[in-house]
Design a protein around this ligand. Structure first.
Ligand code: ANZ
Length: 896
């Protein structure tokens, strides 16, 4: 037995922890006790089991959690499963087996593997997003979103009951008012395109479509509109961006979120629609008179929130280029398409818009090889100079951004430049390029042969000529708003969140559609009563698609699909929620996982939130982290949580590559299975190795020799404390009861100090290196005082908990070391011993002296004077000047 054998000691201690519920966390921290909430991004339990990327982040949080417990903190460290998802449904379609069966098998595998790695989770808190008792509260939170509208003035979500219906809306009747209210909710319905694959008879998720074909089978996929649920995350764009300031996240992740939110500032401008281009006639023709009347009305009436019918409202980030607008573009979905299209263009426009509707936004913008478009036949008047500007339709303008319409300035915008070149539209330069542009290029830019998108000095811009871009923007925006023709505006790239999926294996929406007497939907919906939650998934005979674009739940049995309430028949919503839903709030449920009366007890929420350390993969930098922050803010606005942000500190672990420096993947054959590593070296070695590979956030390749290296290190620790020639477990004779020497104390205290700081800084690789030095030192000495041995075991415990528990027991302790006080250090002993300092006399090096690191001026001077050589030169001489730079140098300037 006395050989280091993880195969024996690891299961032993795992069983001990489980039986004794060593890591059970109390409901609340004790009075006065500091709390620490360490959260891992819970895994999707795939059929492949855990991969070595999982234990990387999980070991990091486990080290911090174990150390925090020993430092006396109340530690919340839970684990669960994000278990809805496509693969389980695919499996169900193939086998006819309920996806729950497969999901639960996979969860069992994951749980077994996680336990095998010795993570100190409180397993009584385990949750899976597919648990009916969990998604009951996911549905409940959806109902809170449904019950909330966003008050722009107060910048917060409020109960729909507090929303006042404007008089003009109320005047349109109850039915209209009800629809109006529904449109204000944070959860609302809208028609959005889905990927319909006729050959497979099912709607596909975006990730199942590759180059317009189904991933499975390569069948054509068409985009078609379907009524879906949206969440109004855009209402929170400003706060989501601003509150990033409150967070201790890396600048990189913050930048990714900021980019995704995509704040853009510019101006809205109204162009009066003239119908024809004849207003340029400058005579008193009727169109010009109308235009003058329009301007007059605006001057007195101001800029209307909603544009009137007689204008085309555009959004631009470059109002300073207004004089260079040579055409306008509206998106193919713009409500004015029909109005603006003249009869001779009608056929071409219809064809163009039909084709555009089949393309995704990405195909229309980033992936588009060529600009396309069609002229409407209509014109609008440029407010700065009265010029008529032709209005085109082109799919590079998206309906979902800004106002869905632009003024195009081909001289200063790449997309517009390409378009104008292709369609022979004039290109008019209105910015003088800066000096960094060659004379040759500048000439081309001015001739409209080359695009220039940077700032510069205004030209061809009437009274604004000579103004620099920023000043021009400010001036013209203010002019526009004085005349009621425009205003400053902010836009966000962030889009509302398409929240429904045409899938079986997801949370059902707690929503019922009203039916009329004929059984047709009236268009109104009601929320399922809270007391009727959860809405569980129905029984299905099989999971095969039914061949229509409606969601698979349309195949559900009558009793599920058509509930009757107070004698009235309803149809259930058959879309399901996306996989992101469950992970939006799991960190709250961990705190109160068995509460049957609420998602979470507010007292408990206050006691434990926010998450103090959240570790996970960088692939979640935007979606998951933005979605959960959004939900949290809504819950905050509605008084259900006490803090505006859920995750105080966030760290992204780096990716672990295969031994060949490539991404691990089955096809590359370079996947490392944690089960195999544990079998050969043990969990402690796997944990230690993953932390020793390099900085947590770095990308790093796997190396089996490295695993064997840390395994050997643990073997050395073992042999330092265990007599491996004895028959039973007895302490090695190296362990003595002698008091440590000064030198040993220095090594000990320095190590404690370094490891403690390294854990706080998540610098685990350096902490391990320190412990290795420590072990080398005492191995060489051939003896280790018990005090030093015990401290080593405690320091090692967060990293390699099984071997540490075993050695702790051997050192004569009966209980687990999980709550043993963390070793402390004496600052005096922990200082790095000494530094060598050059001592000069009149600027010439005469000697070197050793002083304790951190020695002050006086101590440094004293050490220099005590040096025999220096003393000889300096004693009795007149000192002109003395330079002492502690830690660096001493210089005596003497006379004679
Ligand atoms: C005139 C102009 C002149 C523009 C110029 C740019 C450069 P960001 O920064 O992304 O907000 N735009 C506005 N709405 C659009 C839509 N729905 N679809 C496609 N493009 C749209 O960019 C805003 C700029 O993108 C706007 O400023 C507009 O073109 C275009 F020298 O207006 B700009």
């Amino acid at each position: 037995m006395p050989r280091y054998n993880p195969a024996v000691i690891e299961p032993k201690w795992q069983a001990f922890w489980e039986q004794n519920k060593t890591f059970a966390t109390p409901r609340m921290p004790a009075a006065g006790q500091e709390k620490f909430y360490a959260l891992d991004m819970f895994p999707y339990p795939s059929g492949n089991g855990l991969h070595v990327g999982h234990p990387e982040g999980y070991t990091a949080t486990d080290i911090v959690s174990r150390a925090a417990r020993m430092q006396g903190k109340a530690v919340m460290h839970p684990m669960g499963f994000d278990s809805f998802g496509l693969p389980a449904e695919e499996h169900a379609i193939k086998t006819g087996e309920h996806p729950r069966v497969n999901t639960e098998q996979n969860i069992d595998t994951f749980r077994r593997q996680l336990k095998m790695l010795g993570f100190s989770y409180d397993w009584d808190r385990e949750i899976a997003t597919t648990d009916v008792e969990y998604f009951r509260w996911t549905q409940w939170i959806f109902l809170q979103l449904y019950d909330t509208w966003f008050d722009k003035e107060q910048q917060r979500g409020r109960s729909i009951g507090e929303l006042e219906v404007p008089d003009d809306v109320a005047a349109m009747g109850d039915d209209f008012a009800r629809s109006w209210v529904d449109e204000q909710r944070l959860a609302y319905q809208s028609s959005a395109p889905v990927n319909w694959c006729p050959a497979l008879g099912t709607v596909l998720a975006n990730e199942e479509v590759i180059d317009g074909k189904s991933e499975r089978g390569g069948h054509p996929v068409v985009r078609m509109p379907l009524r879906q649920w949206m969440l109004r995350i855009t209402a929170y764009a400003e706060r989501l961006e601003k509150d990033l300031e409150l967070l201790d996240w890396s600048e990189g992740i913050k930048a990714l979120q900021r980019n995704w939110i995509g704040r853009s500032t510019g101006a809205e401008v109204d162009f009066w629609i003239s119908g024809t281009s004849d207003v340029s006639g400058r005579g008193r023709d009727p169109a010009e008179i109308e235009c003058a009347k329009f301007l007059d009305r605006r001057m007195w009436g101001g800029y209307p929130q909603k544009p009137n019918d007689d204008v085309l409202r555009i959004y631009t980030t470059r109002p300073d280029t207004l004089y260079g607008a040579t055409y306008m573009v509206i998106a193919p979905e713009h409500p004015y398409v029909e109005r603006l299209t003249t009869p001779e263009n009608a056929e071409a426009v219809r064809k163009y818009c039909d084709a555009a509707s089949m393309k995704s936004d990405l195909d229309r913008t980033e992936l588009a090889k060529d600009k396309t478009g069609v002229f409407t036949g209509s014109y609008a008047i440029n407010p700065v100079n009265g010029e008529p500007v032709p209005i085109w339709i082109a799919d590079y303008v998206l309906i979902s951004y800004g106002t869905g319409a632009i003024m195009a300035v081909p001289a200063h915008d790449e997309r517009d430049f390409e378009f104008a070149q292709k369609f022979g539209i004039p290109i008019k330069a209105v910015i003088q390029p800066g000096d960094h542009i060659s004379a040759e290029d500048a000439a081309k830019i001015l001739a409209g042969e080359m695009v220039y998108t940077e700032p510069g000095i205004a030209i061809n811009s009437g009274e604004y000529n000579g103004l620099a871009t920023e000043a021009f923007k400010a001036k013209i925006t203010s002019w526009l708003s004085t005349l009621g023709l425009g205003r400053e505006a902010v836009n966000y790239k962030l889009r509302d969140w398409l929240f429904s999926r045409q899938r079986f294996w997801g949370e059902p929406f707690p929503i019922l559609h009203e039916l009329d007497d004929e059984g047709n939907k009236t268009g109104h919906v009601i929320a399922v009563d809270e007391s009727d939650l959860p809405v569980d998934l129905p029984h299905l005979e099989d999971f095969k698609p039914h061949g229509r674009p409606e969601p698979p739940l349309d195949k559900a049995p009558e009793e599920w699909l058509y509930p009757v309430i107070d004698g009235k028949r309803y149809k259930r919503e058959t879309n399901t929620m996306p996989q992101w839903a469950g992970s939006c709030w799991y960190y709250l449920r961990f705190l109160d996982p068995t509460n049957t009366g609420a998602a979470i007890d507010p007292e408990i929420e206050k006691a434990w939130m926010p998450v103090d350390l959240y570790v996970g993969g960088a692939e979640h930098a935007v979606l998951h982290l933005l979605y959960s922050r959004f939900w949290h803010k809504v819950l905050y606005d509605r008084g259900l949580v006490s803090m505006p942000e859920p995750f105080q500190k966030l760290v992204n672990q780096g990716m672990i590559l295969g031994e060949n420096n490539e991404k691990m993947s089955k096809s590359r054959g370079n996947v490392i299975n944690p089960d195999d590593v544990v079998k050969e070296y043990g969990a402690d070695s796997l944990r230690l190795y993953e932390m020793f590979m390099g900085p947590l956030e770095a990308t790093k390749p796997w190396n089996m020799q490295g695993v064997s290296g840390v395994y050997n290190f643990l073997g050395r620790v073992w042999r330092l404390l265990v007599d491996d020639r004895a028959d039973d477990m007895v302490l090695a004779s190296t362990v003595t009861d002698a008091a440590p020497t000064e030198e040993q104390l220095r090594v000990l205290h320095k190590t404690i100090k370094a490891v403690t700081a390294d854990i706080a800084n998540l610098s685990f690789n350096t902490a391990i290196a320190r412990m290795m030095e420590f072990v080398n030192f005492f191995t060489k000495a051939g003896t280790i005082p018990r005090e030093c041995a015990e401290s080593l075991v405690l320091l090692l415990a967060p990293f390699a908990p099984h071997i540490a528990e075993e050695l702790w027991q051997l050192l004569g302790h009966e209980d687990t070391l999980a709550y043993e006080p963390w070793p402390t250090f004496d600052e005096r002993l922990a200082q790095d011993d000494t530094v060598e300092i050059p001592v000069q006399v009149n600027g010439k090096l005469k000697s070197k002296v050793s002083v304790p690191a951190g020695a002050d001026r006086d101590a440094t001077e004293a050490a220099a004077r005590a040096d025999a050589r220096v003393a000889e030169l300096v004693e009795g001489k007149e000192l002109v000047k003395l330079v002492v730079v502690p830690g660096k140098l001493v210089n005596f300037v003497i006379k004679g």
